[in-house]
Each structure stands twice: as C-alpha cells, then as structure tokens.
Ligand binder design. Structure first.
Ligand SMILES: Nc1ncnc2c1ncn2[C@@H]1O[C@H](COP(=O)(O)OP(=O)(O)O)[C@@H](O)[C@H]1O
Ligand SMILES: [Mg+2]
Length: 259
C-alpha cells in the first residue's frame, strides 16, 4: 500500500486545491457568510492542519473538500475522492471492527475473497491486530478511532480529511494516536488535511498550520513547522511555536468578540 500511495501522490500536482472558496448559509437575518475567499493547496503527501476557534467554519470547509456540500463561490479540486474521518467514529455498531472495514473495501470494489486479509492488514497498520472479531461496544474510545482510521485508509484515497478525530479522547490516548497517525502518514505517503481547535495538536502533527479567522472564516496566517518528527506535544519547540500561534489566535478571537 505504501508504494501505491506514494506513486499516485507523485503523479499529480495537488492533493487538494481550493481557489477563492466562499460559503454562505441562509439564516434568519439573511445570508450568513461563513467562509470568505479561501485559497489553499495541499501538496501530495503533505500534512496540513487547519486551526481555528469553534464555529469559524472548519467543518464547513472540510465538508466542501469532501464533496458533501458545494461552495457558494470558487472551486475545489482533489486528487480522487477523499476519505473522511470525524470526531465520532461513525462505525456501524452491529458489525465487528473487521466487518466495518470490509464494508469500506466492498464499497471500493475489492473482491470478497480478498477483503478479510486486507481488513486484517489494515487493523495491524493501526496496531489493532486481533480486534477483527470485536464489536464496537467492546472497544475503548481510542480503539474505535483506530478502527475508524483503518476504515478511512481502506478507501485508499490520496487525501485523508480528519475533522477533530481525537477531540473526544483523553490526553494520553490522544498522544498515542498522534504518534500512530504520524507513523501511518509517513508509511503510506497519504496527504492529510486535519482540522482542530487545539493549537498544540496542530503543531504536533503538521508540516504546515493554516489559521482560520472567525466570522467570516478567512486564512489569517500560516506557519511552516520544520520541527523533526516524531515530535512530542511537550517538546520545547512545539510549545514555543504553539505559544506564538495562540497569541495570534487570541487576537483573532478578541477581534470578533463573540467567544
Ligand atoms: N448547514 C448549515 N446551515 C446553516 N448554518 C451552518 C450550516 N453548517 C454550518 N453552519 C454555520 O457555519 C458556522 C461554522 O460552523 P462549522 O463549520 O461547524 O464550524 P467549526 O467546525 O469551525 O466549529 C457556524 O456558525 C454554523 O452555525
Ligand atoms: Mg467542526
């Protein structure tokens, strides 16, 4: 799988390209502009985090990239159909971990005879070898998110969209999953667009942090993170850059005053 992803990734210029994307919703007081003129590229194999206060339009943006909704203006292109992972695992509770993954494989057209082995491989990739027959309620929150990650990877997309996937987990579990995600990203070469409101998480994971302002959401600033991986959330350079970004984020929030 690693080579498939890497080769596919090298053959195109962008995993995702957003050009002057705006999005409005009809509200009680007329049209509400949520995203305003967002231009953003994700390079093949790149890990980008999209950071912003709650309500600034991160999920709206990710849903547009996923093709679940259309922009009011501007254009979005992606290298194939992206895979999407949410804060809630969205696994089918009546299926085992293995069968949840096999369903994704089935939808992708993987022949029946190959699905079981592939599902086991994906479970090993997220270090859940042995969990094939487990039902969702038997798994911890962290394990569920691992299965959800395996299911997203089963789609073999060039672009993985993650909407605060670890936000509901305790700090220790989240730390472990940061390590796992970094390893999986490095092993597969998949491009990742990861949404979070957590500054340290954004810096811990990304090669590039893009900060969205609120009301409307605009690209306020971006930072290249050249701290070597694997990083720890408590590493001094991670903490330093997080502090700098937090200051800018605070300024953004103060300017909009509604938080
Ligand atoms: N389908 C919708 N209809 C109307 N308003 C929406 C819809 N989806 C999102 N919004 C509004 O867009 C804003 C951004 O929401 P969202 O993208 O969920 O923010 P975030 O993910 O950054 O917390 C919010 O004010 C929300 O109420
Ligand atoms: Mg959201």
């Amino acid at each position: 799988m690693a080579t498939t992803f890497a080769e596919a990734a090298q053959s195109v210029e962008h995993a995702a390209r957003l050009e002057h994307v705006s999005k409005s919703f009809a509200g009680p007081g007329g049209q509400q502009l949520v995203l305003d003129d967002i231009s953003l590229d994700v390079a093949p194999g790149e890990f980008v985090t999209l950071l912003g206060a709650s309500g600034c339009g991160k999920s709206t943006l990710l849903n547009l990239v996923a093709g679940l909704d259309r922009p009011s203006a501007g254009s979005i292109t992606t290298d194939g159909r992206p895979a999407l992972m949410f804060q809630e695992h969205a696994l089918f509770p009546w299926l085992t971990a293995g069968k949840n993954i096999e369903l994704a494989l089935k939808l992708r057209g993987v022949p029946k005879g190959e699905r079981r082995e592939r599902a086991e491989e994906l479970l090993s990739l997220v270090r859940l070898g042995g969990a094939y027959g487990k039902r969702v309620h038997e798994l911890s929150g962290g394990m569920r998110q691992r299965v959800a990650m395996a299911r997203a990877l089963a789609q073999e997309s060039n672009l993985l969209l993650m909407d605060e996937p670890f936000a509901a987990l305790d700090a220790i579990t989240r730390d472990v999953l940061h390590d796992e995600l970094t390893r999986i990203w490095q092993e597969t070469g998949v491009s990742v667009l990861f949404v979070t409101h957590n500054v340290r998480e954004a810096v811990r994971l990304a090669q590039r942090v893009v900060l969205l302002s609120s009301r409307p959401g605009r690209v306020a600033r971006e930072w290249t993170v050249d701290i070597p991986q694997p990083r720890r959330i408590e590493d001094a350079p991670v903490a330093e850059l997080s502090l700098e970004i937090t200051e800018v984020l605070r300024g953004e929030i103060r300017r909009h005053g509604r938080h």
